[in-house]
Design a protein around this ligand. Structure first.
Ligand code: ADP
Ligand code: MG
Length: 483
């Protein structure tokens, strides 16, 4: 899926680093008691602090701090027991204070590592430079009134985590894999919902190109890209643009660019010369943030099992291939569902059914695990019927379709429709005799060396038995009668 530069970059290498803004899941905002819930009537979730009223003082929200620490732990990163908030000064209509409280010199989380999987299955490490806490701004709207702009401050002051990567990313695919991985980790941790459509996760994409072995060259930063696909595409188009500039004898200028998904291009927003001077200084209204090691340890002890670890455990514990395990741990709900069904059953069989027929049914019916017409219990019962040889694998597919359609339990369907597998060798022998008699010409061909016909006979016998024959016994009987 997605955007590949393969074969289009010549001897140029792509270099990319992402700055991901992830909205913290918390009841209230980073420095005020106002609700941090998404949506609501405009300006319904605004305290005097968020509106920048004179004399209002910020008070740090401990839960947001805990969420940042959890995320840092999930990124296998250094947790800084000392961090500090800084004022980042700039004027914007939706920033009532005229500054954003952020962390600059002393972020709460330092260097870490994220594992991504490349298309050929190899694992690559992308370095995390830092994670810091900061406030979100409000939202200006220019389409609500013919002559005026209006401002909604509901989002103003909501906690964001900015997760900065090292420039370790080398292709659009790696950028996509990295962003998906970050999203998966924060979702597992419950620290950000990762909904890019709602803007609770967005990325600034830094791109440069170089010749192999060279130092890094000048980069451009593409602001606020809001889907995995767009990030991949932004890396692709921006890299190609820069290669073109160099190839035609030009120089890439450091600048901030905007990605336009409808045109599929990036364009210049502002050059380095008009880059902001934010005049950062330590936030005078807040003390430095000092964490106790015990606070961090307690959060670490309660951290859920993360996707990479879960994936490896699934391989070991259930004997399933690494790839299949990756599909099953894609999200926590699927992983839990798998483990519930796999308990006391053949892990491989369960994995095949979930990633095969079950997912296909969810797709087809537009449902998910929670709303699926087939519960984990029902699927488990179906697999038990296969394992204890009440039905064969072929019939199980039909029973499953019926379960999807009617929501009935498999045992009931098997009884009502008389789908039990036939293991009576007498009945099977009769069916084989009949098929061979009806196909005397083919039997002759088989005997003169056309081995492939064996499958045909088995198929015919199964058909004659409405699919209910025990496949192993049918095979055996056909072999025996053919001599
Ligand atoms: P700033 O503080 O100006 O935003 P940083 O040095 O913190 O700059 O880098 C921001 C992002 O840019 C990081 O994700 C980093 O990996 C990435 N980056 C830095 N240099 C390059 C480069 N030459 N090419 C591509 N990305 C880069
Ligand atoms: Mg930056």
């Amino acid at each position: 899926m997605g955007y590949s530069l393969e074969g289009r970059t010549g001897t140029w290498e792509v270099v990319c680093g992402l700055e991901v803004h992830a909205q913290v899941i918390s009841q209230s905002k980073l420095f005020s008691g106002a609700s941090a819930t998404y949506g609501g009537a405009p300006n319904a979730h605004v305290s005097f602090v968020d509106a920048g009223f004179p004399g209002m003082l910020p008070v740090i929200n401990q839960e947001c701090v805990a969420q940042a620490v959890r995320t840092g732990l999930g990124l296998k990163a250094q947790i800084n027991l000392f961090s500090r908030f800084d004022r980042k000064n700039y004027f914007y209509a939706d920033l009532p204070n005229g500054y954003q409280i952020s962390q600059f010199e002393h972020p709460i989380v330092g260097t870490g590592i994220v594992e991504i999987e490349l298309q050929d299955g190899t694992i690559k490490h992308i370095g995390i430079t830092r994670l810091h806490l900061e406030q979100d701004a409000g939202k200006s709207m220019h389409d609500q009134h013919p002559a005026k702009s209006v401002i909604d401050l509901n989002r103003a002051g909501v906690a964001l985590m900015e997760i900065v990567s090292e420039p370790d990313i080398r292709s659009p695919e790696e950028a996509g894999a990295y962003l998906r991985k970050i999203r998966q980790i924060v979702r597992y941790l419950g620290t950000c919902d990762g909904n890019m459509e709602e803007g609770s996760m967005r990325a600034d994409v830094n791109v440069s190109v170089r010749k192999a072995g060279e130092e890094f060259r000048t980069r451009c930063e593409i602001k606020n890209v809001n889907s995995v696909r767009f990030v991949m595409h932004a890396v692709e188009t921006e890299a190609l643009r820069q290669i073109e500039v160099y190839e035609s004898g030009g120089e890439v200028k450091q600048e901030t660019r905007l990605y336009d998904p409808s045109k599929g291009e990036t364009r210049s927003m502002r050059s380095k010369e008009d880059a902001h001077d934010y005049r950062y200084f330590p936030e005078p209204d807040l003390l430095p943030l000092i964490l106790e090691q015990e606070f961090v340890d307690a959060l670490a002890a309660k951290l859920p099992e993360l996707p990479d670890e879960k994936r490896r455990r699934f391989c070991d514990q259930y004997g399933i291939p690494f790839y299949d395990a990756g599909v099953l741990v894609a999200d926590q709900t699927t992983a839990d569902f798998y483990e519930t069904v796999a308990k006391g059953r053949d892990g491989r069989l369960v994995a095949n059914w979930i990633s095969g027929d079950f997912f296909a049914a969810l797709n087809r019916t537009g449902t998910n695990i929670e709303t699926s017409p087939v519960s984990g219990e029902a699927l488990g019962q179906l697999l038990d019927l296969i394992t204890d040889k009440t039905i064969n694998g072929r019939i199980a597919k039909d029973v499953f379709e019926e379960m999807v359609e009617t929501g009935a339990m498999p045992a009931a369907i098997v009884e009502a429709k008389g789908l039990r597998q036939v293991t009576d060798t007498g009945a099977i022998d009769d069916a084989v005799t009949k098929v061979l008699a009806e196909n005397a010409d083919k039997v002759a061909e088989y005997k003169s060396g056309k081995d492939k016909l064996f499958g045909f006979f088995v198929g015919q016998v199964m058909k004659g038995m409405q699919g209910k024959g025990n496949p192993a016994l049918v095979n055996e009987a056909v072999k025996k009668q053919l001599g």
